[in-house]
Design a binder for this molecule. Structure first.
Ligand code: BES
Ligand code: MN
Ligand code: ZN
Length: 484
């Protein structure tokens, strides 16, 4: 996708669509305005989400009006969503380019519109060999009109880095599990060294030396080797400044193990590495925009399979923390991976805080539906920062409780704890389990099982499938609270 910022007076080619983001009550719709007759033949009023096509006018081959709601409420997010909706509406119409005109000419809005287009244009088509050209997206370049193209380009710099990072995360989530197994995931993040990140990969022998019996037990039934990826971005003025840390669940495929999942929908478990993908995406954008912060990303990469060597319900494993865990259900594997990844993270890096992201429980989907991820935290300030970033980036998040007395539900008869607490409050007991591996560090856990994948998607900036949820939210929190 080519994106450019252009001055208003350039000619429009016959192969271009003109996209006009239109507010309610816009002068464009006035009865003496150019589009009043077309609007009169429809119910278009400029309301959010509405579109109106005008074909064969004197001025352009195709014009699309895209409603963006009330003028007084038009902001960067409205520009982003309007641009995304305009792109999605015409992307496969056969014409080659789209020129977008915003109701307010502000270079920050123009840049945000370009971000909307980049996110809406994401597509994972690597394995489609027979798609007919007439149904493929045709729009290959987008121009955003502004009187300040240079300022808009400048503002777009960090947003383009964000779009690259979200696409990277979406690709990881979209890849089939026979292609993206732990070692392949590790190779793809190792390649991010090209952006200036430092990346270390630990294999099973190294993790065994560290005593990571909890993580290793999950991968035990797979022929693929488990990996731990450690990504470091050192962008702070003081290279020795205490880092912030992010930990991701990277279950490249979750069959459930011996506690096997039912066949129906099991293919969805390829995206059980969405937490690790979001952390990798975050590190990608921090490096891409040269964020002034020291950050660490830890990815626990495993495959949960049921072969003859697989772990059994009833097994007891010893985690790196020294705490023992009785396995009740081998399908509650994400928390076992996080237990060791989190312990390793705080032990080695002594971070200011840790945020983990995980497609951890089906129960969070039952609790919150498909728009909100669940937030659990032992620290109100960190929780507030995450909620503020979530609002700013439109990646909805809802805080959930960590009631101390629920914690008894994961006590075990024969070990320090068991890995499931039954169905009631399943997301909460999962979070309480992880909390047992947090050693006095401010910590937050994002259960993104509800948001990592969207089908159907409810957002113009997120086509059906992998969302990349978390990359924007965390990038915003870092930018607003931890840089400079
Ligand atoms: N990866 C799943 C959670 C999940 C479910 C993610 C649906 C995305 C969509 C997780 O490993 C899992 O299997 N959790 C179990 C826990 C239970 C056995 C205590 C669950 O949610 O059913
Ligand atoms: Mn599972
Ligand atoms: Zn899982």
């Amino acid at each position: 996708m080519q994106i450019a910022f252009v001055a208003a007076d350039q000619d429009l080619s016959a192969n271009a669509v003109l996209g006009l983001l239109t507010c309610e009550g816009s002068a464009l719709l006035a009865s003496d305005g150019p589009y009043a007759r077309a609007a009169a033949g429809s119910r278009f009023t400029g309301g959010k989400g509405q579109t109106l096509d005008i074909l064969g006018s004197d001025t352009a081959t195709r014009i699309v009006l895209v409603g963006v709601g009330k003028a007084a409420e038009f902001d960067a997010m409205a520009a982003e969503n309007g641009a995304a909706a305009a792109f999605a509406h015409v992307k496969a119409c056969g014409l080659l380019s789209l020129r977008l005109v915003l109701p307010v000419d502000d270079p920050a809005f123009a840049a945000q519109a370009a971000l909307g287009v980049r996110l809406a244009a994401y597509r994972f088509d690597r394995y489609r060999t027979k798609e007919k050209p007439e149904v493929k997206p045709s729009i290959a370049s987008v121009e955003v009109v502004t009187a300040h193209p240079e300022a808009a380009s400048h503002a777009f710099g960090p947003l383009a880095a964000l779009a690259d990072a979200v696409s990277f995360a979406r690709d990881l989530v979209s890849e089939p599990p026979n292609v993206l197994y732990p070692e392949e995931f590790a190779r793809r993040v190792k390649a991010l060294e090209g952006l200036g990140l430092q990346v270390e990969i630990l294999g099973e022998a190294e993790m065994a030396k560290l005593g990571m019996g909890s993580l290793l037990g999950v991968g035990q039934g797979s022929t693929r080797e488990s990996q731990l990826a450690i990504l470091k971005w050192n962008g702070a003025a003081d290279p020795a400044a205490q880092p912030i840390a992010f930990v991701g669940k990277g279950v490249c495929f979750d069959t459930g193990g011996i506690s096997l999942k039912p066949a129906d929908g099991m293919e969805d478990m390829k995206w059980d590495m969405g937490g690790a993908a979001a952390v990798a995406g975050l590190m990608h954008v921090l490096a891409g925009r040269k964020a002034r912060v020291n950050a660490v990303g830890i990815l626990g990469l495993v495959e949960n399979m049921p072969d003859g060597g697989a772990q059994r319900p009833g097994d007891v494993v010893t985690s790196m923390s020294g705490q023992t865990i009785e396995i009740i259900n081998t399908d509650a594997e994400g928390r076992l991976v996080l237990a060791d990844a989190i312990w390793y993270c705080q032990d080695r890096f002594k971070p200011k805080f840790m945020v983990d992201l995980a497609t951890l429980t089906g129960a969070i989907i039952i609790s919150l539906g498909n728009d909100y991820a669940g937030l659990f935290s032992n620290n109100d300030e960190l929780a507030e920062d995450l909620l503020a970033a979530s609002k700013a980036e439109s990646e909805p998040l809802w805080r959930m409780p960590l009631p101390p007395h629920y914690d008894k539900g994961i006590d075990s008869m024969i070990a320090d704890m068991k890995n499931t607490g039954g169905r009631p409050g399943g997301s909460i007991t999962a979070a309480l389990f992880i909390q047992r591996f947090v050693n006095g560090v401010p910590w937050a856990h994002l259960d993104i099982a509800s948001t990592a994948w969207a089908k159907p998607s409810s957002k113009p900036t997120s086509p059906d499938g992998a969302t990349g949820y978390g990359v924007r939210l965390l990038n915003r929190m870092v930018a607003d609270r931890y840089e400079g």
